[in-house]
Design a protein around this ligand. Structure first.
Ligand code: NAD
Ligand code: GLY
Length: 368
């Protein structure tokens, strides 16, 4: 089993990565459970496959699982579901010293983490991530949030979990499209800061997407190691180090906005194409060679992720896409920080990108 510490003084925790963790969840969570009743939040899809084995493990250890089931998908990250969840936790008598289990993808983790951050001014929670995206990204680092009509993730808190159990077996039941989208966040760690891991992804990416257990275990452990290091260095995204994790997200966000944040384009699919665009834009600025940019495009294409905006059949201009960026929550005092590349494994934050230049670049990409 890989055990990756997240070294935050006073809030440190481990991320454990190994097949079988969910079927033995009681053994790993017991040190955090003070009472017989154990509150677990999940969504309706995850419950279908994982409620029974998780309940069985807890019951065999003498615990009584208490379930709160959210609707599946982004709509659960709402004021309404947050309010229902908080009321349920209060009815269950959850106290500040207790821990809530979050069993699911990034939606369940983000909502449960935010609920835990405000319940009785903050109680504990354990992340049991069941999507590849959640295992390599959202369950680690303590960002929690809900959406509002004004935009995604606009209300939230930094609240670190007490433990993360990333079980590759959970991905057996995940639709392949979701695994592929999660893989975008895996290869991101190679592109932004680890050229050796990028080479590993070039050779093994398709195994991760197709569900090969040992490839997934390696990819998750390596990704979490990278994220843990970044979070330990810049927990609250104030120094520019954690911002590197936004590689591909500014372009991706514009594409998600243009497709109405719908199932037409999953977040990871937008990030994958966004990374291709950020790399090509870096080439246009004379920062990274065309050969390296092609390597990034080819590695993403090898996972069957879209690499051309024309693949999305959007009916828009570069200016319209760039306008979505004005509403990006990373806007800071009138400028939008972009993550660009000087090479594979060498991302940096550039605060001097003119959106008018990005619009011209996007028009060129749309015309391809
Ligand atoms: P998700 O939680 O909606 O899960 C995707 C789909 O897969 C859902 O339909 C879900 O029901 C289903 N599912 C989950 N696990 C399953 C399993 N094992 N078997 C079968 N079906 C399963 O989406 P996601 O991609 O995991 O997360 C996206 C969310 O994460 C977004 O809201 C995003 O804002 C957030 N996010 C947060 C952070 C952070 O740092 N907190 C980072 C990245 C993304
Ligand atoms: N997903 C970006 C971050 O955790 O900072």
């Amino acid at each position: 089993m890989a055990v990756i510490p997240v070294a935050l003084a006073g809030r440190e925790y481990d991320v454990r990565v190994e097949p079988g963790l969910l079927r033995n969840v009681a053994q790993h969570c017991a040190p955090f459970l003070r009472k017989t009743a154990v509150p677990i939040i999940t969504d309706e899809n995850v419950a279908r496959y994982w409620r029974a084995p998780v309940s069985a493990s807890l019951a065999a250890a003498g615990f009584e699982p208490k379930w709160h089931i959210l609707p599946a998908g982004e709509r659960a990250k709402s004021w309404e579901e947050l309010s229902k969840t908080i009321e349920w936790l209060l009815t269950e008598g959850v106290e500040r010293g207790d821990h809530i289990l979050a069993l699911g993808g990034g939606v369940v983790g983000d909502l449960t983490g935010f609920a835990a951050s405000i319940l009785k001014r903050g109680c504990g929670f354990v992340q049991l991530p069941t999507t590849l995206l959640a295992q390599v990204d959202s369950s680690v680092g303590g960002k929690t949030a809900i959406n509002t009509p004004a935009g995604k993730n606009l209300v939230g808190a930094f609240h670190q979990p007490a433990l993360v159990l990333a079980d590759p077996d959970a991905l057996d039941t995940l639709p392949v499209r979701e695994r592929r989208a999660g893989y975008a966040e895996v290869i991101k760690y190679g592109i932004l800061g680890d050229a050796d891991f990028f080479v590993w992804c070039e050779a093994n990416g398709s195994k991760v997407v197709s569900g090969d257990k040992s490839a997934i275990e390696h990819a998750v452990a390596r990704s979490v190691t990278a994220k843990a290091r970044i979070v330990a260095e810049d927990e609250r995204e104030t120094t520019g180090v954690r911002a590197l994790l936004n590689l591909g997200h500014t372009f991706g966000h514009a594409l998600e906005a243009q497709t109405g944040f719908s199932s037409r384009l999953l977040h990871g699919e937008g990030v994958a194409l966004g990374m291709v665009l950020a790399t090509r834009y870096s080439t246009r600025r004379g920062l990274i060679s065309a050969a390296d940019a092609d390597r990034v495009t080819n590695a993403i294409a090898a996972a069957d992720l879209a690499t051309e905006i024309s693949d999305l059949a959007l009916n828009c201009t570069g200016t319209q896409l760039a306008d979505h960026m004005l509403h990006d929550k990373k806007m800071d005092a009138g400028t939008l920080p972009f993550i660009l590349l000087r090479g594979v494994g060498a991302a940096f934050l550039d605060r001097n990108v003119a959106l008018s230049d990005v619009a011209v670049f996007l028009d060129e990409q749309l015309a391809k």
